[in-house]
Design a protein around this ligand. Structure first.
Ligand SMILES: Nc1ncnc2c1ncn2[C@@H]1O[C@H](COP(=O)(O)OP(=O)(O)OP(=O)(O)O)[C@@H](O)[C@H]1O
Length: 684
């Protein structure tokens, strides 16, 4: 064996060293189609990226001929980044839509003599026009439901003409199947007239291209010979058809998924493709991953219970991590109290050393977040809502990345810091944050995040050039590797899929929200159970589950019934009761207070405070004097929550003050000097 071969061998052995025996089977079984049934947190992403790296190192795969298919841009970015860290940069990791679009844009002109149509990114406007034309209404909720129904029909290979036959009991905001079908037909016609396609059309067009033009099919199949498909439980009929056309009966395919995390059937996904893979592919091998590397045994046991999986049974997750606290369950009289409890819990976790970025609150629907946001703002907990817009897709971030590349290549003598200075100056960024919360502020924060990210990397590298920094930034953007904000994440359960945090709170775990009121029957009901399971399995160490009465009574979710003792139903209290119950909650741990002394302190005597109480008292005295002097109520000067935030942060400059919630330029102008004086006096 040559020295080169020995080195190669050693590298591929090292790749396998990072895997457990089952993951190793996934990585090394290259002769057969492989289906991996991987439980949550069992390292499926690790297993498949290592499979690709191992096969490339062993000379079995040509990196450029390998396509890893994912279903979200984030997952594709993560896959690219992991492959790059294993030294495999040439392999393609793409979402199915991006892979299909690339092929269409390249081959369409050869097949049909015209460019591939423009992709309509936002179909809402088109559906609204069609709804207005056909139904005489473009009510937002109706259009939203029609938009997702059309998407469901298309991913399920159901045409407008066939829709009424298959619609069954599907409900679309009161529209009849015939009406939905008519809107769909109108929508398709509009797209044709304006020469655009939607996301689902990309997949359909690609499938047509492959079936109508065998010579192009051959070229595409010649380009991609090895396939790995992640999240296979989420493929739809259309996606399954396209993937089958790409693979075309070859053995070089590995699909990975978790039937317990199938949560997209409302969008046309069908886990039957995952479960039927072995019988559909002769010679296919099945590997089960059940060793969980993410969560404590307590979190896993609780998650297994949600799914009613028998401990020790074949599909039960097995813990490998250290023991941690038992998940806690809380029924609250109202959503405000629930949100305040979460805020207090997060502050306590943060005070104990958990970074804000390692905390998350998950919920079933977006409408649950405003109450929570208000409580977190009041408590001074920084948060970020996981939105639809991705960091690198924001106009200002795209512009900054682009400009950075331009400046660095035009003036290669500049350091990364100097390049950044020019870029930010050109984009009108100033070190002082604009006050308020609008678009201006968002733009400022995005650019500041890019600045900090490059600045931190620059500090860690010796002799880094502007051009190297530009390439680094470009690569981060292609991986969708957003800067980690020092903030708690708020997210729907759906959007939390694939992510993990040290401590996770799930709110609104009550009947009507989870299972959702419209999902009370099978198969939707089981999907709700899986959704909660996805939420539970995001937590590494701490899990806090709560529910609250919104109007009248609320009953905790049936999915946690066997884990909770105490009354199943909580009642919303009268106004008086509600405020007294609020004052009876500990502001540190969120649990009820028992003694008069505790109520005065607003916390349990043994719950650690997260701020200097003497400073807080000094600030209160100052506030009283200030308020009395101006004959205004104390909260006009600062609310208790803001004073607490000041006492916790101990700001030493006006800039520090401006970073605190509830404090803008005008407050700083009016009271900044006074507050900073109190702090200085207190320190002295
Ligand atoms: N063999 C292993 N040894 C140690 N840690 C591992 C191993 N495999 C995976 N992990 C760790 O376990 C965690 C989960 O891995 P990964 O993200 O690959 O899981 P997943 O199966 O894709 O999760 P999910 O489907 O729940 O999103 C990661 O933090 C990963 O680094």
């Amino acid at each position: 064996m040559s020295v080169g071969a020995t080195t190669m061998k050693r590298v591929s052995d090292q790749i396998l060293d990072a895997l457990d025996p089952e993951q190793r089977r996934v990585a090394t079984m290259l002769e057969h189609p492989v289906v991996v049934l991987a439980g949550a947190g069992t390292g499926k992403t690790r297993a498949i990226t290592h499979r690709i790296a191992y096969a490339v190192r062993e000379g079995r795969y040509d990196a450029a001929g390998t396509l890893a298919v994912t279903f979200t841009t984030r997952a594709a970015g993560e896959m690219r980044s992991r492959l790059a860290s294993l030294g495999v940069r040439a392999a393609q990791a793409r979402t199915i839509h991006s892979a299909a679009l690339r092929q269409c844009q390249f081959f369409w002109p050869q097949a049909y003599g015209v460019d591939f149509p423009r992709v309509a990114e936002n179909t809402f406007g088109l559906v609204a026009r069609a709804a207005h034309q056909v139904l005489g209404s473009s009510d937002t909720a109706l259009v939203r439901d029609l938009d997702s129904e059309i998407s469901w029909a298309k991913t399920s290979n159901v045409s407008a003409a066939r829709y009424p036959d298959v619609a069954g009991v599907r409900s679309v905001n009161g529209a009849t199947p015939a009406q939905v079908s008519a809107v769909m037909a109108h929508y398709e016609k509009q797209k044709l007239t304006e020469g655009s396609v939607d996301f689902n059309d990309i997949l359909m067009c690609n499938a047509v291209l492959l079936s109508e033009h065998p010579e192009i099919g051959e070229r595409i199949r010649g380009t991609y010979r090895h396939f790995v498909v992640d999240e296979y439980q989420d493929v739809s009929a259309l996606q399954h058809r396209l993937i089958s056309l790409w693979v075309d009966g070859r053995d070089d395919v590995c699909v990975v998924g978790d039937p317990n995390q199938a949560i997209h059937s409302f969008a046309g996904a069908d886990a039957a493709y995952l479960l039927g893979f072995a019988s559909d592919h002769p010679g296919a091998q099945t590997v089960r991953l059940v060793r969980n590397y993410r969560s404590s045994p307590e979190v896993i046991s609780s998650a297994n219970k949600v799914m009613r999986i028998r401990e020790g049974g074949p599909s039960a997750l097995r813990a490998t991590r250290h023991s941690g606290p038992r998940p806690s369950f809380h029924g609250e009289p109202d959503e405000r109290t629930e949100a305040a409890g979460i805020a207090a819990w997060m502050k306590a976790a943060h005070a104990e050393g958990t970074p804000w970025s390692e905390l998350a609150v998950l919920y079933r629907i977006n409408a649950q977040s405003p109450a929570l946001e208000a409580a977190l703002t009041e408590a001074g907990v920084p948060y970020t809502v996981r939105g639809t817009e991705r960091f690198y897709d924001r106009a200002e971030v795209r512009q900054a990345v682009l400009e950075f590349g331009r400046v660095a290549s035009r003036q290669p003598q500049l350091s990364p810091g100097e390049v950044m200075g020019q870029v930010l100056g050109g984009l009108g960024w100033r070190p002082d944050a604009p006050s308020g919360q609008g678009r201006q502020r968002e733009r400022w924060e995005s650019l500041d995040a890019v600045r900090t990210m490059v600045g931190e990397e620059d500090e860690a590298r010796d002799g880094w050039t502007g051009e190297q920094a530009a390439a680094w930034l470009q690569e981060r953007a292609s991986w969708q590797a957003s800067p980690v904000a020092s903030a708690v994440t708020l997210s729907t359960l759906h959007a939390a899929k694939g992510l993990e945090w040290d401590a996770v709170a799930i709110i609104g775990v009550r009947e009507g929200l989870i299972p959702f009121v419209l999902s009370q029957e099978e198969p939707a009901l089981s999907e709700e159970r899986r959704l909660l399971y996805v939420g539970f399995t995001r937590a590494r160490r701490e899990l806090r589950v709560s529910w609250a009465a919104s109007r009248g009574n609320a009953t905790r979710s049936r999915f946690i019934a066997d884990q909770v003792t105490g009354p199943a139903t909580v009642s919303r209290q009268t106004k008086r009761g509600s405020s007294s119950s609020k004052s009876r909650a500990c502001r540190v741990c969120g649990n009820l207070l028992h003694t008069a002394a505790e109520r005065k302190l607003s916390r349990h005597e043994d719950c650690e405070v997260t701020y200097d109480e003497a400073l807080f008292e000094a600030l209160r005295a100052w506030r009283k004097a200030e308020a009395d002097g101006a004959s205004v109520p104390a909260f006009v000067v600062f609310t208790d929550a803001t004073l607490l935030a000041i006492a916790e942060a101990v700001p030493t400059s006006e800039q520090d003050l401006l970073r605190l919630p509830g404090i803008g330029q005008s407050k700083v102008k009016k009271y900044g000097g006074g507050v900073l004086g109190v702090i200085e006096g207190h320190r002295a």
